[in-house]
Design a protein around this ligand. Structure first.
Ligand SMILES: CC(C)(COP(=O)(O)OP(=O)(O)OC[C@H]1O[C@@H](n2cnc3c(N)ncnc32)[C@H](O)[C@@H]1OP(=O)(O)O)[C@@H](O)C(=O)NCCC(=O)NCCS
Length: 205
């Protein structure tokens, strides 16, 4: 069977997606239920500037947040206990974080509005549409621009920029600007006037 042709399941049956919804354990679902109550009751309705209140709620549910972190009230963090965020990093409005596995965000990062970061997906070639769960790592000083998609298992290198609307399915090298679907390198990111990328091989000329 060539990849161009595709095929039905070998037994002549059909895809059975009936069980993939039951992906979390009962304990996880219970904890998630409590979090969603807190999220929709306390986190989401909070005034925009109540960042410390939202930090408190996220930490209460196990998030590891550095100092000076900002999470917008409309951002969705599905499982806060799988979120690690370094100092002075920001998660913007309407960002969707689906983190069945750990999402690590470094220091001084900006995750801009409407971006989506997924630590889970599905194996499209198994009849049960089985879940795939892999961590995502975002290095220090990264900008994920508006509306980007970051797929499970991906590592974004230090100082990289993911352009608006890019879809990232492969690791992004440090201090590299990527864009498009699928995301490809556009150029190196070079920080002017000192600071940022210090090593000669990381993009600074
Ligand atoms: C990625 C980005 C920072 C690059 O900026 P830049 O270095 O000034 O890039 P340029 O405008 O010089 O474009 C360089 C090339 O990359 C392309 N390009 C730029 N951004 C792109 C993107 N997001 N996706 C695909 N291609 C992109 C340009 O079309 C251009 O292509 P060309 O050389 O064939 O003409 C910027 O384009 C971007 O996506 N910014 C996000 C803005 C945003 O999200 N704002 C809201 C949150 S505050």
């Amino acid at each position: 069977m060539s990849p161009e042709e595709g095929n039905k399941p070998a037994d002549g049956g059909r895809m059975d997606v009936g069980n993939y919804g039951a992906s979390f354990s009962r304990a996880t679902n219970a904890r998630r239920g409590l979090w969603l109550l807190a999220y929709y009751g306390l986190f989401r309705p909070s005034p925009k500037i109540f960042y410390s209140w939202r930090r408190f709620l996220l930490r209460l549910f196990g998030a590891k947040l550095g100092k000076g972190t900002y999470v917008h009230r409309t951002a969705m963090i599905e499982l806060p206990w799988n979120l690690e965020m370094g100092d002075h990093s920001t998660i913007g409005p309407f960002v969707w974080i689906s983190n069945a596995k750990t999402l690590r965000i470094g220091v001084h990062c900006v995750i801009s509005q409407f971006s989506q970061i997924y630590c889970a997906g599905h194996d499209i070639e198994l009849p049960g549409f089985d879940r795939i769960e892999e961590p995502v790592t975002i290095g220090d000083q990264v900008w994920v621009a508006a509306g980007a998609h970051i797929n499970h298992g991906v590592t974004i290198g230090e100082g990289a920029v993911v352009g608006a609307r890019a879809a990232v399915f492969k690791d992004v090298p440090a201090w590299t600007v990527v864009g498009g679907v699928p995301a490809k390198p556009i150029r190196k990111r070079v920080i002017k006037g000192g600071g940022g990328n210090p090593s000669p091989e990381s993009g600074k000329q």
